[in-house]
Design a protein around this ligand. Structure first.
Ligand code: HPA
Length: 282
């Protein structure tokens, strides 16, 4: 069985069809979901571990469980939350990294929210604040669409060979997301710079991105967004600012654990805000 048939089969077993929305939880948010107390509007109806999925099981997820958890609202709205994502810095091909979302799209979901932890590139974007992704710069030098244009099982191309990226991130859904998040967070807007990692940026790189007017930098999201847009899906993006970009406000060294810890402090609050946002979509 292929990964898409497997997912459809699982949705059937959970008593739902393809989720109305798929949300990728960035670093720190996955753990918070385990602890968050959700409103009684929502119940969990199933879970799919990455390692169960055919043709996907070899994917590794550094430091994350790697699974989808499916929640249903009393009104029947179904949301799939992705805990753990794949990264290019693990040595995976861009299309493989994007597969955690493209297989969900192929199984029928057409609305996506991609979240991440990122370094702020603007002194006003303080750690703990959020940035709605208006646009991105793919600074990885790689692209998930390199190679033959992906086709469906009937041989039909899933999207154009040269897809338009003039509006990757959906304005209407972003505005709705902002409205909800503003109740609990400082929310900014900006351009996300996607880098390959795993090294953090040098102060010179942060200075360059910042002087270009970019909002945040991180090691994910851009390949997923490109691959989804190619397939005609609706994409919204959100960065949790976990730290200032290296050298932006002082010369101290960046530590991955500090980045994760900053996330933890606000992560539960953010999970609850995200569920409030899902309710707005119904
Ligand atoms: N740079 C790149 N990726 C990141 C950062 C950063 O400063 N913070 C969290 N992810």
């Amino acid at each position: 069985m292929d990964s898409v048939s497997f997912l459809k089969d699982m949705y059937g077993k959970f008593g739902c069809s393809a989720p109305n929305l798929h949300c990728v939880l960035g670093s720190g948010l996955s753990d918070a979901l385990e602890k968050a107390k959700l409103s009684d509007q929502w119940s969990e109806i199933g879970e799919i571990a990455f390692k169960e999925i055919p043709n996907f099981s070899s994917a590794t997820v550094e430091g994350h469980p790697g699974k989808y958890r499916i929640f249903k609202n009393k009104k029947g709205f179904v949301v799939s939350l992705q805990l753990g994502r794949l990264h290019g810095y693990e040595g995976l091909e861009p299309a493989k990294v994007a597969q955690s979302v493209t297989q969900i799209c192929a199984a029928g979901t057409k609305k996506f929210l991609l979240t991440n932890a990122a370094g702020g590139l603007n002194k006003n974007y303080h750690p703990g604040s959020l940035m709605i992704i208006d646009d991105h710069i793919n600074f990885t030098g790689r692209n998930p669409l390199v190679g033959p244009n992906p086709k469906d099982s009937k041989g039909k191309a899933l999207g154009p060979r040269f897809p338009d990226l003039s509006a990757v991130y959906d304005k209407k859904t972003s505005a709705l997301l902002e409205k909800v998040l503003q109740k609990s967070f400082d929310v900014h807007h900006g351009t996300y710079v996607g880098v390959l990692g795993p090294s953090f940026e040098t102060p010179a790189e942060v200075k360059l991105f910042s002087s270009w007017g970019m909002g945040a930098v991180g090691m994910s999201t851009v390949w997923e967004a490109i691959a989804l847009k190619h397939r005609g899906a609706e994409v919204t993006g959100l960065s949790f600012i976990s730290n200032y970009g290296c050298g932006l406000v002082d010369s101290s060294a960046l530590d991955h654990n500090d980045v994760l810890n900053q996330g933890k402090q606000s992560a539960e609050k953010l999970i609850n805000s995200l569920f409030s946002f899902f309710e707005e979509l119904i």
